[in-house]
Design a protein around this ligand. Structure first.
Ligand SMILES: C[S@@+](CC[C@H](N)C(=O)[O-])C[C@H]1O[C@@H](n2cnc3c(N)ncnc32)[C@H](O)[C@@H]1O
Length: 226
């Protein structure tokens, strides 16, 4: 029997909810290609490029494409970040399940990424602050953020547009972004706070300057407990 729906995990469902739809997407680092398959089967998008830097994830993606008979609607493509993607091929760009530092690197490497014609959706697995820092310092506007729980973990996802406008921002903005004050967002930031408090104690023991870190820790506490 042909199954015509892909049910996504809460993390990928939140990411998919940020896709505007109507145009083609590229899912960078697709692995299993669940996200593009879901978006096509739910008729949100007509076509997707499912790309990955390695062949074995693309083999996983091929299994999904065959299972759901999406051979005409999903193109599998080997690509390091956006290197093999042409800007006119897609209107939305998804990076999910990769570290924020790596996503920022891949954006930096792409010559056409500062584009007002494209919509970006990110789901950084770690170091979201590095990705937000890249976005804020390069004229991107973060539109909406979501936080969800899945198993024992908390995940965040957000979308962005390039506006060319660069506004001043703080380290706390990079950690908090536009997260809503939900239980899940607070739990996500509590993890960051624990990590930063360990760093703070280590620096303090070595009598190093902790002033900036102190401000960040207080801002995170304000968000979580305020
Ligand atoms: C943890 S999986 C995430 C899969 C899926 N996007 C998700 O969120 O469930 C990360 C994927 O990113 C791919 N990846 C890592 N570096 C990449 C790069 N430079 N360009 C494209 N894909 C990359 C890996 O091969 C892997 O398949």
């Amino acid at each position: 029997m042909l199954i015509r729906r892909v049910t996504l995990s809460p993390r990928l469902a939140a990411t998919a909810s940020l896709v505007v739809g109507g145009g083609n997407i590229v899912d960078v680092g697709t692995d299993h290609a669940y996200l593009p398959a879901h978006l096509i089967l739910s008729k949100k998008i007509p076509f997707a490029i499912a790309s990955d830097v390695r062949q074995s994830p693309l083999d996983n993606a091929r299994d999904t494409v065959i299972k759901y008979k999406l051979q005409n609607k999903v193109e599998l493509r080997l690509s390091d970040g956006l290197k093999e993607i042409k800007p006119e091929e897609v209107s939305e760009i998804v990076f999910a399940g990769m570290g924020g530092t790596l996503i920022a690197e891949k954006l930096k490497e792409c010559s056409w990424v500062k584009s007002k014609k494209h919509h970006f959706i990110f789901q950084p697995q770690s170091k979201a602050e590095d990705l937000r820092e890249y976005l804020y310092s390069n004229g991107f506007y973060i539109n909406k953020e979501l936080a969800v729980s899945e198993g024992e973990r908390y995940y965040i996802t957000f979308d962005a547009y390039y506006t060319a406008e660069i506004k001043p921002f703080t380290q706390s903005d990079c950690f908090i972004g536009k997260l809503p004050k939900t239980v899940e967002a607070k739990a996500h930031l509590k993890m960051q706070l624990n990590r930063l408090e360990k760093k703070y104690n280590a620096l303090k023991q070595r009598e190093e300057n902790v002033k900036e870190l102190e401000i960040l820790i207080n801002d995170l506490k304000g968000f979580i407990y305020g």
